[in-house]
Design a protein around this ligand. Structure first.
Ligand SMILES: Cc1cc2nc3c(=O)[nH]c(=O)nc-3n(C[C@H](O)[C@H](O)[C@H](O)COP(=O)(O)OP(=O)(O)OC[C@H]3O[C@@H](n4cnc5c(N)ncnc54)[C@H](O)[C@@H]3O)c2cc1C
Length: 383
């Protein structure tokens, strides 16, 4: 195994670093979960696209740079090193994009991928329903065929930033007689379609990007379906693999947080408990371990391998690491951890991060479900 970067990879790193230093906003943006901050983050997506940095691994024909996964990891390291904003378009570029790349027709690729890479269309994921979260095969929202359209009715919930996004991708029951995983289709639609109502859900931090989506006889052209009618479950499982696997949470995000945590520890070293000391060390080591493991997975994928149920291991690891790192920060901050604005006037980003980290073991498939998957598919334990 060669753990050194090549001269070309180092040159690429220098190129990303220079661009980020020149373009990353000097003042932190407002939160992505509120309207104003969301708009600022969309602006940033377009700025990234102006430098052709929207999604470096995608083919040039679709707004990418045609680079391999190692360069994507290098890009991410420089992205977080520069303190660049979170990606407003993460559902598009990390989840739906790879899905269209694998299952979409050439027309669908041409129609959807480039506007996604350029940040012109921002996507929401419309999967969960009130009685179908972990048990997604229980979804009831239906899409009834009417000529060259589907007529969609039902309700989705917990859709991140759906209150602001332009389009959503969802799974709907296209065969009304079907049960469970069968008879579902993967369909894309604009959120401003007649018959769509978005009802925001206020989260713990008070912001309202999260939403319920109601569909009341919404007409969607059949050409917006990805893959065949009734094949939606397989497509959705591929999307879930991208979500839990390599892309959604790159190690650089946690390495950057661990580095900030070490700096915070140094500020509070005099009063830090031995337990906090231990937790900081553990967070730093776990972030490094996650990075090394991700390089190894990337090398496997480049060599033609696939990530299967191992994606569940990844998901558990990064979500628990993130929560533990933020818990350590809260303990270092002591009583000030409870303030939204710190005594020096700065926003308490650790608190916002901590609240968000609590949702890590739930979204992208809860960790209990990931443990079931690992037990059954990796360890071969009985159901
Ligand atoms: C911050 C955040 C963002 C999200 N974004 C989106 C989004 O953009 N789009 C979207 O569609 N959804 C989104 N979700 C929804 C998320 O996917 C669901 O919350 C998740 O799948 C769990 O479903 P549920 O909330 O219905 O809980 P339930 O399925 O009701 O589960 C409740 C509890 O029971 C446990 N449980 C359930 N079944 C089993 C089992 N068989 N074995 C062991 N334990 C079990 C679960 O682990 C959980 O702890 C988001 C959620 C959060 C918190």
């Amino acid at each position: 195994m060669d753990l050194e970067y090549t001269p070309e990879q180092n040159a690429f790193r220098a190129e990303v670093r220079a661009w980020m230093e020149a373009h990353v906003p000097k003042t932190p943006l407002k939160t992505l979960e509120g309207r104003e901050g969301y708009d600022q983050h969309v602006e940033w997506e377009r700025e990234l696209a102006s430098g052709n940095w929207g999604m470096v691994t995608w083919p040039e024909a679709y707004g990418g740079r045609g680079l391999d996964l190692i360069r994507w990891l290098i890009f991410e390291e420089e992205y977080y090193r520069a303190g660049a904003p979170l990606r407003a378009n993460q559902n598009g570029i990390f989840l739906l994009g790879p899905t269209i790349m694998e299952y979409g027709t050439d027309e669908q690729k041409a129609r959807f991928l480039t506007p996604m890479a350029k940040g012109e269309v921002i996507w929401a994921q419309a999967w969960s329903e009130p009685n179908a979260g972990s048990d997604m095969a229980a979804i009831r929202s239906r899409a009834v065929r009417d000529g060259d359209h589907y007529v969609i009715s039902g309700q989705k919930t917990w859709s991140s930033r759906a209150a602001f996004a332009d389009w959503c991708f969802g799974i709907f029951r296209t065969d009304s007689e079907s049960k469970r995983h069968k008879g579902l289709s993967f369909i894309l639609l604009p959120l401003d379609s007649p018959g769509v109502t978005i009802r925001p859900i206020r989260q713990l931090h008070g912001e309202t990007g999260f939403a319920e989506i109601f569909f009341d006889e919404v007409r969607v052209p059949v050409e917006n379906r990805i893959a065949g009618e009734g094949e939606g479950w397989n497509v959705a499982m591929a999307t879930a693999g991208f979500e839990r696997g390599l892309m959604l949470r790159s190690p650089a995000r946690f390495q950057a947080a661990a580095k900030r945590l070490v700096a915070l520890y140094k500020e509070h070293a005099a009063t830090a408990s031995p337990a906090a000391h231990e937790a900081v060390l553990q967070a730093w080591m776990d972030a490094e371990a996650y990075a090394l493991n991700t390089y190894s997975v990337a090398a496997t994928v480049i060599a033609g391998g696939h990530i299967g149920a191992e994606a569940s291991l990844n998901k558990i690891f990064w979500s628990e690491l993130d929560r533990a790192a933020h818990r350590a920060a809260m303990s270092l901050l002591g009583a000030t951890a409870e303030l939204r604005t710190l005594p020096d006037g700065a926003a308490n980003i650790w608190q916002e991060g901590y609240i968000f980290s609590l949702s890590g073991p739930i979204y992208a498939g809860s960790n209990e479900i990931q443990r079931n998957i690992i037990a059954e598919r990796l360890l071969g334990l009985p159901r």
